[in-house]
Design a protein around this ligand. Structure first.
Ligand code: ZN
Ligand code: FE
Length: 258
């Protein structure tokens, strides 16, 4: 399998997954970068996967479908360009010889889904749209902190070596915030230096490795004392606050962080 992060707009990635001359793209917010790469690589678009309804994820769907007549899979509970094959948690299907498992991950939007490829080689792959980012998570536009926390917990339970294909290059700004939460986290400091190097070379910081995200992403670490204490201090919450309350305060802190 050949995996690529195709840059779109300012900081979106359209994930491109290729087997031989067949290609699947995830969240094509615009058609042009996909059309250009299909042309350059002499490949064929076979399917489109959509994680949620935002324009920067679906803007290119209609053009690509019209051009290639390929099927589109998308979240059953959201409005995306018709026609599409509606999917939800528990559905699995086969694409380019891979099993694709659908997960419901509400929080950023109400019907957001993620696509997990458990047998991808060399590592399992997750296409998670705007739910999980490296070092961060999506904003809560349509969901509650409790929903997003439950969604991230599901993703966090995937295999250690899962490669996380996030839909935006937000890593460096996320890590700046993560270090404000956990200034002493050595793994976070090391990772920030690596990511700065990659961005200096104009390379994507993604996909991210799940095992590392568990060590550095504060939104996956609400159970850790260092994160709990930092949030309690910042938001003036009592140590008895439950996880969802702390998670909501952490997300709010990030929203206001400069
Ligand atoms: Zn979005
Ligand atoms: Fe987005």
């Amino acid at each position: 399998m050949n995996l690529r992060a195709v840059a779109a707009f300012d900081d979106n990635y359209i994930w491109w997954w290729q087997e031989g001359s067949d290609v699947v793209v995830v969240d094509p917010g615009e058609a042009t970068p996909v059309l250009d790469l299909l042309h350059a690589t002499q490949t064929h678009l076979r399917a489109i996967l959509v994680t949620h309804h935002h324009p920067d994820h679906v803007g290119g769907v209609a053009i690509l479908r019209e051009r290639f007549g390929c099927p589109v899979w998308g979240p059953a509970r959201e409005t995306i360009p018709e026609p599409f094959e509606p999917v939800f948690a528990g559905v699995s299907f086969s694409l380019l010889g891979q099993t694709v498992e659908v997960m419901d991950v509400p929080g950023h939007t109400a019907g957001h889904v993620a696509y997990f490829l458990p047998h991808a080689t060399p590592h399992p792959l997750l296409f998670c749209g705007d739910t999980l980012f490296s070092g961060g998570c999506g904003r809560l536009f349509e969901g509650t902190p409790a929903q997003m926390l439950a969604s991230l917990s599901q993703l966090c339970a995937l295999p250690d070596d899962t490669q996380i294909c996030c839909a935006h290059e937000y890593t460096l700004s996320n890590l700046k915030f993560a270090l404000a939460v956990e200034p002493e986290n050595a793994a976070l400091q090391t990772y920030q230096a690596q990511c700065q190097q990659r961005r200096a070379e104009q390379l994507p910081t993604l996909p991210a490795l799940l095992a590392l995200e568990r060590e550095i992403n504060p939104f996956l670490r609400i159970q850790h004392e260092s994160v709990r204490q930092a949030v309690q201090r910042h938001a003036g919450l009592s140590p008895a606050s439950d996880d969802a309350r702390l998670f909501g305060a952490l997300r709010q802190w990030k929203n206001e962080f400069k």
